[in-house]
Design a protein around this ligand. Structure first.
Ligand code: MV4
Length: 588
């Protein structure tokens, strides 16, 4: 068994792998960029090595620096996570040559599955069909027309060496063929440096259903379960689930068998995923992903397998400890990707930044695979996935209800996340009834009413509260009531000695926004009378310093500066009456 694993990745997937290693008694080594010096994956690992740099290209993609960290740490295995080096055969070979185990498939399998043409041929050889189409490259638009006339319209022209939908053109009639062929070729050339295209039947409303497989180095390979990843936007998955809804057991069995045949045909071992398009009870091979995927937890929840632990065992040379018939699937699991993106109006604008508060939901069947905690920063330089919320329920309606409950419970403050869009999707009857497809989010779903739920709450900790007894009159009847109010709202100005100075600065914000959101305008939070002005124009002040004293509700309140700077203007004098929100001073 491997004894020390270097994780050549960051964020939630590095955390995920570290946790599995810890449970298996394997030492962990993190690597980090300058921006990730204090990141969660670094905090959790036993050892960590600096890569320097800020962008991914300057840090996590620096082969020599990672090889150096492997040498210095004495790691005997490397887990690449997803992205970065996970499907890089030069990297896999370089570490293997050093006698270090690459926790992933053989490089030859990565190569075969690396382009659409050779993967389609490999699947075909294994007896697994892709969408009906040509296997030859197109030379003339007339071939597109001949194909459409024979197999029916619409057809799809696809870039042979493309991916992610780039270079794909939908052709609805013979008249559109010539222009579509030219534009597909030019996009393919620009995007991938190769212009070869082929044609296939275009499916109008398919679902993306993928099958998890895992194999060992002794020729054993099993399928675990399928995932439905149809809820996507611009090829970014938003929500994944297992089992696929409205998916007959005989189709699951046939898809599982097909996935294992494809894997065996390319000599595969370790965890992998075979992607299919599924429509009207039929499925067709799309491509194979030769890595652990973001959405692997839903498979873990329904199968009870720890896929990362299994990856490490088979990479260590152990045979799979279970056969196909030992896999038992139970219940329903859904994953939501929580990204630092503002989904307002369906736009999904990147929203990196400082996370002031992160309190994930908890409770029965609720799992959070996160890469950050309160106080961490999501950098613009990396993937903005904050983490993944995964739920399990005994059936799909239970899982949907549990996910909606958990998302509502989630407290993330300081940046915008995709959570409001996820709730809108989970509540939509097309999703509930499984009438969606890969085109649903972009073509049918209306997210124009979605608002970002971004709250900022200072440092996120609740301010201490104090008891105040007051007399109130309700409809002329007198009551003595007790209020538990934030310390700052209750604080009399008289307490301006050492105790007041020791109070954290957020006391000003707690007073209902004593100054306007970190700007230089100092405003009062409530109606009252200015009794004292403590600064002069031109004076330098620090954030938190008292500017004036407001008497309100028989108490004196310190009105403090939110930012440091120079007093530019004072708008009030002692004795002045002010209303809630009035600006009393400007700090520059
Ligand atoms: C298709 C298709 C419909 N018919 N091929 C887009 C990316 C590439 N990996 C495959 N893609 C598609 N190929 C035929 N013949 C619809 C898609 C497609 C899609 C596929 C999987 C997941 C999301 C998708 C979103 C839009 C279109």
């Amino acid at each position: 068994m491997l004894t020390k694993i270097l994780i050549a990745n960051r964020g939630e997937i590095a955390v995920r792998v570290i946790r599995a290693c810890q449970e298996m008694g394997i030492a962990t080594v993190a690597v980090y960029s300058d921006l990730d010096r204090d990141a969660l994956h670094v905090r959790l690992a036993d050892e960590a090595f600096s890569l320097g740099g800020e962008t991914a290209a300057d840090s996590y993609l620096q082969t020599e620096k990672i090889l150096d960290a492997i040498d210095r740490s004495g790691a005997d295995g490397v887990h690449p996570g997803y992205g970065f080096f996970s499907e890089n055969t030069d990297f896999a070979r370089a570490i293997t040559e050093r006698g270090v185990t690459f926790i992933g498939p053989p490089p030859e399998a990565i190569e075969v599955m690396g382009d659409k043409v050779s993967s389609r041929i490999a699947a075909q050889k294994a007896g697994v069909a892709g969408v009906p189409g040509t296997t030859e490259f197109l030379t003339d638009a007339s071939e597109v027309v001949a194909f459409g006339d024979e197999f029916g319209w619409p057809v799809a022209i696809k870039a042979a060496y493309g991916g992610g939908g780039r270079g794909m053109r939908v052709v609805r009639s013979a008249a559109e063929a010539a222009e579509a062929f030219e534009s597909a070729k030019s996009e393919a050339l620009k995007g991938f440096g190769r212009e070869e295209c082929y044609v296939e039947r275009y499916l109008e409303w398919p679902r993306h259903v993928e099958m998890q497989i895992i194999g060992d180095r002794h020729g054993n390979c099993v399928w675990v379960a399928e995932r439905d990843c149809s809820v996507q936007r611009r090829h970014q998955k938003l929500i994944e689930e297992s089992p696929a809804p409205a998916f007959p057991p005989e189709v699951r069995q046939a898809m599982g068998d097909a996935a294992v045949r494809v894997a065996k045909a390319c000599g595969y071992y370790n965890a992998g995923t075979v992607e299919f398009l599924y429509q009207d009870g039929e499925f067709w091979f799309l491509e194979m992903n030769t890595r652990l995927q973001v959405e692997h937890p839903v498979t873990e929840m329904v199968s009870s397998l720890d896929l990362v632990a299994e990856q490490i065992r088979v990479a260590s040379g152990e045979p799979l400890s279970f056969g196909q018939d030992d896999i038992e699937l139970r219940g329903h699991s859904i994953e939501v990707r929580v990204n630092a993106e503002d989904p307002a109006g369906g736009r999904f604008l990147p929203s990196p930044g400082h996370i002031t508060t992160l309190v994930p939901p908890d409770g029965f069947g609720t799992r959070w695979d996160g890469g950050y905690e309160s106080g961490d920063t999501v950098s613009q330089f990396y993937d903005n996935l904050v983490g993944k919320l995964i739920v399990w329920g005994h059936d799909r309606p239970t899982a949907i209800a549990r996910m909606i409950r958990a998302l509502r419970e989630f407290r993330i403050e300081g940046l915008a996340t995709t959570i409001p869009a996820d709730i809108a999707i989970l509540e939509h009857e097309d999703f509930v009834e499984a009438r969606h497809s890969t085109k649903w989010v972009e073509d049918s779903l209306d997210l124009s009413d979605v608002r970002a739920a971004v709250a900022s709450s200072g440092d996120g900790r609740a301010e201490p509260r104090v008891k105040r007894d007051v007399d109130v009159e309700v409809n002329g009847k007198r009551y003595a009531v007790s209020l538990w109010v934030p310390e700052s709202a209750a604080a009399p100005a008289a307490a301006s000695g050492p105790a007041a100075a020791a109070r954290p600065r957020r006391a000003s914000a707690g007073a209902g926004g004593a100054s306007v959101g970190g700007s230089g305008a100092v405003a009062v939070p409530m109606q009252g009378t200015i009794v004292k002005v403590l600064v002069e124009v031109g004076q330098a002040v620090d954030a938190g310093q008292t500017i004036c004293v407001l008497e309100a509700m028989k108490m004196e309140n310190n009105i403090v500066a939110e930012t440091s700077g120079t007093v530019k203007e004072i708008k009030v004098a002692p004795g002045a009456s002010v209303g809630s929100g009035d600006v009393v001073a400007i700090i520059d």
